[in-house]
Design a protein around this ligand. Structure first.
Ligand code: PLP
Length: 334
């Protein structure tokens, strides 16, 4: 490993900035934190909440954010949708109109339920309340679908690299708006490790507050180069096409979607177990014969859904292999 306070690291850091800014849709610097996504998801509410946070909840990850706020001692309220549902902008407006909020958290792609929320529509509503900042988890959507932080008016974008970036875990990319930076300046008790002001101070010198995950950042440089070489639009189209392949399998095999039409994720598919198969046994049989692992549902959606990812480096060939394996094993289970 190189030392991280030298010229070589600054070059590595600087080399990926243009690509990351394009992927996030921002002119602001992109920070790199040595943690999984939750490090910065927790940091965002600690750096920005001075009054009360509104957590928009519709699945495991978004629900957890409310729990994390309470654990941090941050005043919090939530809008709770049933798992499988999406966040409705009108309900966000009604809740914010009650007053007292200064931060909203939203999960773009609820990986647990396969629901993709309409960030642009929700951001527009949040903008009606000038003192409220919008924090968005794009962990399983960033680089798989367009994200437009500045255009949408999002204040914080957060993504771990182990989902659509197809990298080993342990690194988090995030960007914050000028308004979020200003807010953080007057928020007490931000701590040190995840202090947004520390990230800003070091980003100016192409560096990080503490020792970065250098090895994963090399991987990130490789992946970002690959994304730009493929072309972001082509990358989004590839994800949409591979996702449609999974949707075709769902329809052809008599299954339904857990997420409602219009809000189905493009990076993974949560399939409803409407045919009442033994999901754990089905998944184990696919793994045993084909050495392919699909997911048997997250948290309380275990058994009532199973999930197939098409994000990252998947291709028509790899997804065909997955779907053929699923088809091969299915007859024994229905
Ligand atoms: C995987 C995932 C996380 C988990 O974050 P980690 O801290 O990296 O485990 C958070 N949010 C979403 C939407 C996810 O898909």
């Amino acid at each position: 490993m190189m030392g991280h306070r030298g010229k070589d690291f600054a070059e590595l850091y600087a080399s990926i900035q243009p690509g990351l800014k394009q992927i996030i849709g921002t002119t602001r610097p992109v920070y790199l934190a040595p943690s999984s996504a939750w490090g910065v998801m927790e940091a965002a509410i600690r750096n920005l909440t001075q009054k009360k946070v509104l957590n928009l909840c519709c699945g495991a990850f978004s629900d957890k954010w409310y729990d994390v706020a309470l654990r941090c001692g941050i005043p919090a309220e939530k809008i709770q949708e049933e798992w499988g549902n999406y966040i409705k902008p009108d309900e966000v407006r009604s809740k914010l109109a009650e007053g007292g909020f200064d931060v909203v958290t939203l999960v773009h792609n609820e990986t647990s339920t396969g629901v993709m929320n309409d960030v642009a529509a929700i951001a527009k509503v949040v903008k009606e309340f000038p003192d409220v900042l919008l924090v968005v988890d794009t962990v399983s959507s960033l680089s798989a679908v367009p994200v437009k932080m500045d255009e949408w008016g999002v204040d914080v974008i957060i993504a771990g690299v182990q989902k659509a970036f197809a990298l080993p875990p342990g690194l988090n990319i995030f960007a914050i708006s000028e308004a979020a930076l200003e807010r953080a300046k007057s928020t007490p008790d931000r701590g040190y490790y995840f202090d947004f002001l520390e990230f800003e101070k070091h980003a100016i010198n192409n560096n990080t507050p503490t020792t970065p995950a250098i090895s994963i950042i090399y991987g990130l440089q490789h992946q970002v180069r690959g994304m730009l070489a493929e072309g972001l639009e082509n990358r989004y189209e590839r994800h949409a096409f591979l996702n449609a392949m999974v949707h075709n399998w769902v329809a052809a095999n008599g299954f339904k979607h857990f997420a409602p039409y219009g809000y189905q994720s493009k990076s993974l598919t949560a399939i409803s177990n409407n045919r009442e198969i033994d999901v754990p046994a089905y998944i184990e049989a696919i793994r045993a014969k084909h050495n392919i692992l699909i997911n048997g549902g997250y948290g309380k959606a275990k058994g009532i859904t199973f999930r197939v990812s098409n994000m990252g480096d998947e291709t028509v060939e790899t997804m065909s292999e997955v779907l053929e394996a699923m088809s091969d094993i299915l007859p024994g289970f229905i």
